[in-house]
Design a protein around this ligand. Structure first.
Ligand SMILES: *Cc1c(COP(=O)(O)O)cnc(C)c1O
Length: 393
């Protein structure tokens, strides 16, 4: 067999991630690879730390990208902070909360589950009750933005409750970072991880992570060794720390060029402006979706602007719908996961992809295909409805 180069189709990515990557980020990634201990590279690593502190709104010294997908950011938090036998309260209202539970178990911890239905936010009252019942728990874990359902939980309130009960928080901000308000220091979040490919619009493969001194102290006081060598933050800090660098692994040089560019773009735009842009584009999409007669899974107050879970209309096979959007329109949207498979579609408006061009294109394509599938929708009104609330980028 002889293979030629791989030329991917040009798609519009409006699923749960990866999101459309800005040409500036792709261009940055094509720059020459240099050594990972080259002083020029180390200077760039320092800039990334500063840019991530801005994105997370934190002064935490331990603010770095883990050299692996967001799932490794999740795993890094659990393997470093959870010791065998420790109780961890984990809030589950979707797929990623369930993965946190699995991480706790694999780290030898004892999960105490606070469960809320898919499509609803984590209940602060239920968390409070669990912490009153399990007074020996020292960690609370929850997902800020549940990408599986399009739900945003009140991270500030949940973290306040955890702190009141003397617990550290582990918070998944994979889909919130850059897309909706996230204030690590002000809200008192202790260990926070994210991903590069959602609202930062970088390519997948990096997991921004930040931990405050409370979390770092817990790691330093461990009685047992962190079971993962690669994710042991004591070792990772020797590589990313500000002193003399010790070889740990070879950083993904060019992917980090991309992250640097994506974060520089976020800073140029301004965090508040980026949050507002995601919200405005969501409102435009919502207006069009509702004008068509479709409805959202999540109640308005808990909706995540950057991930829109829309109920599949009666009689429509959503797999056929998604395939047609991909094949006929080069448009990727997401399927429902777990209990919501077949019942919802998920439309992402993340990072660079949260713009009017994508909103209008998605509404147009969705309407055309749904109408062709004889779905019970109103046609000819969605684009106007979106335009009426649209705010230019
Ligand atoms: C996408 C996502 C992850 C996992 O990210 P990967 O980069 O695929 O490992 C974790 N949590 C949430 C909330 C996500 O949306």
């Amino acid at each position: 067999m002889s293979y030629t180069s791989f030329n991917p189709p040009v798609r519009t990515l409006m699923g749960p991630g990866p999101s459309d990557v800005h040409p500036r980020v792709l261009t940055a990634m094509a720059r020459p690879t240099i050594g990972h201990l080259d002083p020029a590279f180390i200077a760039m690593m320092e800039e990334i730390k500063g840019l991530l502190q801005y994105a997370f709104q934190t002064g935490n010294a331990l603010t770095i990208p883990i050299s692996a997908p967001a799932s490794a950011g999740m795993e890094a938090c659990f393997v470093n902070l959870v010791e065998p036998g420790e109780k961890v309260v984990v809030c589950i209202n979707g797929v990623f909360g369930a993965r946190m539970k699995e991480n706790i178990e694999r780290a030898g911890g004892v999960p105490i589950v606070v469960e809320d239905a898919m499509g609803t936010p984590v209940s602060p009252d239920k968390l409070e009750d669990a912490l009153k019942t399990h007074r020996d728990a020292r960690i609370v874990a929850f997902v800020h933005a549940e990408t599986s359902t399009g739900v945003q939980s009140d991270a500030k309130t949940l973290a306040g409750i955890a702190r009141h009960h003397d617990c550290l928080t582990i918070v998944d901000t994979v889909t919130s970072l850059g897309g909706s308000p996230l204030k690590v220091d002000e809200w008192g979040l202790d260990a926070v991880y994210s991903g590069s490919q959602k609202c930062l619009s970088c390519t997948p493969g990096l997991a921004p992570l930040t931990m405050n001194d409370r979390a770092v102290d817990k790691i330093k006081q461990r009685k047992t060794r962190v079971q993962s060598w690669f994710l042991d933050l004591n070792l990772v800090m020797g590589y990313w720390g500000s002193g003399k660098r010790a070889y740990h692994h070879t950083a993904p040089i060019n992917t980090l060029y991309g992250l640097h560019e994506a974060l520089a773009m976020l800073q140029e735009e301004g965090l508040e402006h980026s949050w507002a842009r995601h919200r405005h584009q969501h409102l435009a999409l919502r207006s069009g979706i509702e004008a068509m007669g479709l409805s959202f899974l999540v109640r308005e107050s808990a909706r995540l602007p950057q991930l829109n879970a829309i109920v599949v209309p009666e009689g429509v096979d959503e797999a056929v719908l998604r395939n047609r959007l991909l094949n006929d329109y080069n448009l990727e949207i997401g399927a429902g996961l777990g209990a919501l498979a077949g019942r919802i579609i998920r439309i992402g408006l993340m990072g660079y992809g949260a713009n009017m061009k994508n909103v209008m294109y998605c509404l147009e394509a969705l309407e055309a295909v749904l109408a062709d599938m004889r779905a019970p929708i109103r046609t000819g009104v969605a684009m106007n409805a979106a335009q009426n609330v649209a705010v230019p980028n």
